[in-house]
Design a protein around this ligand. Structure first.
Ligand SMILES: NC(=O)c1ccc[n+]([C@@H]2O[C@H](COP(=O)([O-])OP(=O)(O)OC[C@H]3O[C@@H](n4cnc5c(N)ncnc54)[C@H](O)[C@@H]3O)[C@@H](O)[C@H]2O)c1
Ligand SMILES: N[C@H](CO)Cc1c[nH]c[nH+]1
Ligand SMILES: [Zn+2]
Length: 512
């Protein structure tokens, strides 16, 4: 029998009335046993979850380890007023707070599962919008956003007034971020037309055209996302899209309004969630449908995009944030913990995974997370995200690279001695951040790369949002009489073999 790990989590349970302890054995099987114990110590409410991997052991030995485990945890807790406060980290070395071993399979299942769990409720919302149009948008906004709207459009006066509510420094920060994002996206533009004579009389090429009308979803439920206004609309504008429509949940944050103005969007609606995606895909009395919907959002938004792609194309599933970190013993645990918490604070459905060959590093990151989370303003959200986050111990760094490719995280942070050689083995990741001084926040806001990225393993087949998502390419050819002579026999032979005589004839009569 081996003790797999000890995890202690504060669930911030309401104080027990009589201040006594509650004990409970929740699950026990041959392979895995979890002892949950709720404790109230000096006003700190704690749930201990003690996990064992048990093979063929007797009930007596389970009880022995349980008592030992409870005793050690209790000793640690008694010595601290609040073990979750800074400076009061729990003494027991193998006791990790908020940080648990994961398997790659469980990670993959969990990421896809959180999206499919909401299929039924999203379908109901889509059908409501399809049948009732604007009326559904007003009532769904009241239901999910608790706002009684008088219009779906964001009134232009509200955008003008927003400038008085934000500091000039913040406006300047948006302008600087926009300039960097524009610069990087300009590099992605391809020629509007290229033509190449492949052989005498046969000229081939590609004509690139922007889409006519796109919709960008800007999240706004648990945080404001002015940065996402820039990420989506700058890429569309650089591509040359003439009509850019934005939807964002009501009670729009003033800085988001300012970002809409700086970005120069054409239409802006105060509409969030799956209903916003349905409105842009299907159209309503007020909102004309768009050709393509881009932008991130929570599980409802992302599921709606996936379900409506028959009506409007989408960029890719860009759901709750994720970070994968591949690190060896040389990495700085404080930086890793900080990057983990940065993505964990987005959403209870966000998720973080460290893959490393160093058990010591994994433990140190757990301890750092416990220290840094103590005073974090969004600790509640982080704790929920961390409940399905953790680490994977790899046998070697090659093994770690393979595991990370199976995870295909939205953001990948590389913290290894030879980061560029680690990079060479990486095949699947939305956006990659290399070295100790490249926190993911660089790409979230201002380095210039796009922060709209595929999640839930979709980085295996999709790329970060860029100018190409807003363009389509028509292939072009121009063949002369001489050119037709050189390929005519091949075409006529293949067309005849396929039994398509009219195809063959269209070439033959030109050669007569
Ligand atoms: N992958 C990326 O590129 C990327 C980038 C930025 C942000 N994100 C993610 O975007 C998400 C933003 O989420 P958010 O919640 O803050 O804002 P959001 O705008 O995505 O979602 C809020 C909307 O969800 C709807 N909603 C809430 N509860 C609902 C329920 N029970 N049933 C139906 N609809 C409901 C409401 O209408 C609300 O307007 C986060 O998960 C964040 O991690 C991802
Ligand atoms: N990390 C997010 C993408 O998952 C992007 C973002 C916006 N603001 C802060 N972060
Ligand atoms: Zn972020």
């Amino acid at each position: 029998m081996s003790i797999n790990s000890f995890i202690v989590r504060s669930l911030q349970l309401p104080p027990r009335k009589n201040g006594t302890h509650a004990y409970g054995l929740l699950t026990a099987s041959r392979e895995h046993t979890e002892f949950h114990r709720k404790t109230s110590l000096r006003g700190v409410n704690i749930t201990e979850v003690n996990c064992f991997r048990i093979q063929w052991c007797s009930r007596l030995s389970v009880m022995f380890f349980y008592v030992l485990c409870v005793f050690r945890v209790r000793q640690d807790l008694i010595s601290n007023t609040d073990p979750l406060k800074k400076g009061n980290t729990v003494r027991t070395k193998h006791l990790l707070m908020f940080w648990q071993p994961l398997s790659v399979e469980s990670w993959i299942g969990m990421r896809r599962g959180s999206l499919s769990d909401v299929k039924d409720s999203v379908n109901t919302i889509i059908e409501d919008v399809r049948v009732n149009g604007d009326k559904a948008l007003f009532s769904l906004t009241e239901k999910f956003d608790h706002q009684k709207l008088s219009s779906l459009e964001i009134p232009p006066e509200e955008i003008d007034a927003a400038y008085d509510q934000v500091s000039p420094e913040l406006v300047q920060a948006l302008i600087e971020a926009e300039a960097r994002i524009t610069q990087f996206h300009e590099l992605q533009k391809s020629k509007t037309l290229w033509l190449e004579e492949m052989e005498p009389g046969i000229t081939l090429g590609v004509k690139t055209t922007p889409l006519d009308r796109i919709g960008a979803y800007i999240p706004g439920g648990r945080a404001a996302y002015p940065s996402t206004v820039l990420m989506t609309t700058v890429a569309a504008r650089v591509a040359g899209v003439p009509e850019i429509v934005v939807c964002t949940p009501p009670k729009v944050n003033p800085l988001t309004l300012v970002a809409l103005d700086i970005a120069g969007v054409d239409e802006a609606y105060q509409l969030g969630g799956a209903q916003a995606i349905a409105a842009m895909a299907l159209g309503t009395e007020t909102i004309r449908p768009v050709q393509k919907i881009v932008g991130p959002g929570n599980v409802f938004v992302t599921q709606a995009k996936m379900m409506l792609r028959e009506y409007a194309d989408i960029d890719f599933p860009a759901g709750p944030s994720e970070i994968g970190i591949i690190a060896d013993a040389s990495a700085e645990p404080r930086y890793i913990a900080a990057d983990v918490l940065a993505q964990a604070e987005h959403d209870p459905n966000a998720a973080c995974v460290l893959v490393t060959d160093s058990k010591k590093l994994a433990a140190e990151v757990g301890e750092e997370i416990a220290v840094q989370i103590a005073d974090a303003p969004r600790r509640d959200i982080m704790e929920k995200a961390l409940a399905h986050s953790g680490y994977v111990i790899a046998e070697s760094m090659e093994d770690a690279t393979d595991l990370m490719n199976r995870i295909a995280p939205e953001h990948l942070s590389i913290q290894t001695v030879d980061a560029l050689s680690t990079l060479s083995g990486i095949r699947h990741a939305g956006s990659i951040f290399i070295g100790p001084y490249t926190p993911v926040a660089c790409g979230d806001y201002a380095s210039g790369t796009n922060h709209v990225l595929p999640t839930a393993g979709y980085a295996k087949s999709y790329s970060a949002l860029d100018v190409n998502h807003f363009m389509k390419r028509s292939q072009v050819q121009m063949v002369t009489r001489e050119g037709l002579e050189s390929i005519g026999d091949v075409i006529e032979a293949l067309a005849t073999a396929e039994g398509l005589a009219a195809h063959a004839n269209s070439v033959r009569l030109r050669r007569e």
